[in-house]
Design a protein around this ligand. Structure first.
Ligand SMILES: *[C@@H]1O[C@H](CO)[C@@H](O)[C@H](O)[C@H]1NC(C)=O
Ligand SMILES: *[C@@H]1O[C@H](CO)[C@@H](O)[C@H](O)[C@H]1NC(C)=O
Ligand SMILES: *[C@@H]1O[C@H](CO)[C@@H](O)[C@H](O)[C@H]1NC(C)=O
Ligand SMILES: *[C@@H]1O[C@H](CO)[C@@H](O)[C@H](O)[C@H]1NC(C)=O
Ligand SMILES: *[C@@H]1O[C@H](CO)[C@@H](O)[C@H](O)[C@H]1NC(C)=O
Ligand SMILES: *[C@@H]1O[C@H](CO)[C@@H](O)[C@H](O)[C@H]1NC(C)=O
Length: 515
């Protein structure tokens, strides 16, 4: 007891005992996964605020910590740490909308391949207040590569009035019931976001769902009108199941179908044809439908295309009128610096929000598929999220909520990784390091949290993003991608000095009340 107290006085930190620890399994990829089944899963639990003058610290690391919680005390005097991080709440930036993942056909199949107890456990991990409190779910409209067959909701040729529009088995029996269960577990309404991969083949120049092809005719013509009505039908059909959508994108990766002979579902648009389709068909269609409040995001493709794509669409007053935000994907980010893509776009069009709509690990042909326990991939997530948020992005959406051990199913074998990998033969699922990366943001950055300024007493390779939440509490997220541990202190002028240290290869979330 006295030793504990001494330890507390010396370091200002107490490690709080956790009732439910990670059941760690090491598959030899750098770090561990946490195994969960129908009766057991580690969970972060509710995160209240510490007492005034105290702070909470949550750390996950390559060495195996997973959201390990400690509490400490602000100090009046500097700790003499080599690095001081100063919070500047008067420098205010964008507000956060939230974080999430995608309910693809593959994700739904994997979740449903578990026993109902394990399914509940998995959904709680993502959506409940004991879990990481996702607020966003992206829902593909009809099939994409993460499906086991090719279909749209209107495959009857020449059905321009969409009389035969019908949701698929995958919607009725898999995605919709899971979305309803996720909603029931969530303390707040989930924000759903729909994206279509391909139009029905009979509406397209190439007569197929895959490959290079776009809508027949011109914006304003009958094919383009039908394709806009297809979105509204989709909203109506999901509405019949009491599921409403927060937003839509104008279509997944339009350049895939425009420029390449794509191997899976795609629909080509240029920035110009997307602009005109929104101005003449989708925008007016949504506006006069029962869903005029649905937020419309353009692009939904790599940020490499910014700011050009936004300039083409948003400098047209008619199209811009119907648009709310700009969705983008993380592929090829290494050749698309965030300043000249994201921040430039924000400064050109500050009234349109930026939102990351898709990202996943294991997509690169040189490092493909599932890697159980990869810490590098957790760092890739945290690095990208911090970089996006520090460049005016308001939310970040992961790709498949769950995949199997091959990284599928995917009908073109475009296997990737996911924060949750399901092994139905054992009725278990593994929470990957990327799951905890997401947690360090999604659990703490509530909707409406505002990014604020932060400055450093000297150069550091720590990656840092800081926020004031709607209840005036402060959140600081710190990524250390290096081998070394270095002490630092955070200076908050209302409270004093927070003594901290970032272990090698770690992600930290610090949290305190500023009243
Ligand atoms: C579930 O996991 C817990 C913790 O690892 C273990 O004690 C329990 O036996 C597992 N249950 C089943 C049915 O495997
Ligand atoms: C804090 O700093 C002041 C001024 O340097 C010093 O007098 C005081 O002893 C310090 N307090 C502690 C607790 O170290
Ligand atoms: C399409 O709908 C019409 C009218 O509701 C119906 O008669 C027809 O059988 C349907 N066709 C297909 C292929 O489902
Ligand atoms: C939708 O919600 C309404 C009102 O809460 C309820 O009466 C109805 O049964 C629900 N329908 C479905 C399909 O869940
Ligand atoms: C496009 O790719 C498919 C196979 O995915 C191939 O059969 C077809 O010939 C290709 N078309 C062109 C124009 O290259
Ligand atoms: C984190 O990484 C940096 C960069 O290599 C390293 O110098 C530092 O000691 C590590 N820890 C902290 C807290 O900066």
């Amino acid at each position: 007891m006295r030793e504990t107290l001494l330890f507390v006085l010396l370091t200002g930190l107490i490690t709080l005992a956790r009732a439910d620890d990670c059941q760690a399994l090491n598959f030899g990829h750098g770090s561990v996964v946490c195994a969960c089944n129908a009766t057991y899963c580690d969970s972060v639990g509710r995160t209240g605020l510490p007492d005034p003058g105290q702070f909470l610290s949550y750390v996950s690391s390559k060495s195996g910590s997973r959201l390990v919680k400690t509490q400490g005390q602000f100090q009046k005097n500097s700790t003499a740490a080599a690095l001081r991080i100063t919070l500047n709440p008067s420098q205010k930036y964008q507000r956060i909308k939230g974080f999430g993942g995608a309910m693809t056909d593959a994700a739904a199949m994997n979740i449903l391949s578990l026993s109902s107890g394990a399914q509940d456990q998995l959904l709680r991990q993502y959506f409940s207040t004991d879990g990481i409190e996702y607020r966003f779910v992206r829902v593909p409209m009809a099939s994409c590569d993460f499906s086991t067959r090719l279909y749209t909701y209107a495959d009857t040729p020449e059905d321009y009035d969409l009389q035969n529009f019908t949701l698929a088995e995958e919607d009725i029996h898999m995605k919709i019931p899971l979305l309803q269960r996720a909603q029931a577990l969530s303390a707040e309404p989930l924000n759903l976001l729909a994206s279509a991969w391909s139009a029905p083949a009979w509406l397209k120049t190439n007569g197929a769902l895959i490959g290079k092809g776009s809508l027949k005719g011109k914006p304003g013509g009958k094919e383009h009108k039908t394709w806009a009505q297809y979105y509204i039908k989709f909203l109506e059909e999901y509405g019949k199941h009491n599921i409403s959508f927060w937003g839509l994108t104008s279509g997944n990766e339009p350049t895939a179908g425009e420029m390449t002979n794509y191997s899976f579902q795609a629909l080509g648009f240029t920035a110009e044809t997307q602009r005109d389709w929104i101005a003449l068909d989708l925008g007016p269609g949504l506006h006069s439908s029962s869903f005029p409040q649905t937020r419309l995001m353009i692009l939904d493709d790599n940020r490499l295309l910014l700011p050009h794509w936004a300039k083409v669409v948003l400098s047209d007053i008619q199209a811009a009128h119907y648009v709310h935000g700009i969705g983008f994907h993380w592929y090829l980010n290494n050749i698309a610096p965030p300043g000249i893509t994201l921040t430039t776009t924000h400064h050109l069009y500050p009234e349109y929000f930026l939102f990351s709509t898709e990202a996943c690990a294991g997509w690169n042909p040189l490092d493909r598929g599932v890697r159980l326990g990869s810490w590098d991939r957790a760092e890739d997530y945290a690095h990208d999220i911090i970089q996006d948020l520090n460049n005016f992005v308001t939310g970040w959406t992961d790709w498949n909520l769950a995949l199997n051990q091959d990284g599928g199913p995917n009908w073109v074998k475009n296997f990737v990784d996911s924060p949750i990998i399901v092994d139905s033969s054992k009725d278990v699922f593994y929470k990957q390091p990327t799951f905890y990366s997401m947690a360090h943001f999604s659990k703490f950055l509530w909707e409406g949290s505002q990014r604020v300024g932060v400055s450093f007493s000297k150069h550091t390779s720590l990656e840092v993003s800081s926020y004031i939440r709607p209840d005036a509490s402060a959140v600081l997220i710190i990524l250390n991608r290096s081998e070394e541990e270095v002490q630092f202190e955070v200076w908050d002028q209302t409270l004093g000095f927070l003594p901290g240290s970032a272990p090698p290869h770690s992600i930290l979330t610090l949290l305190w009340s500023r009243h």
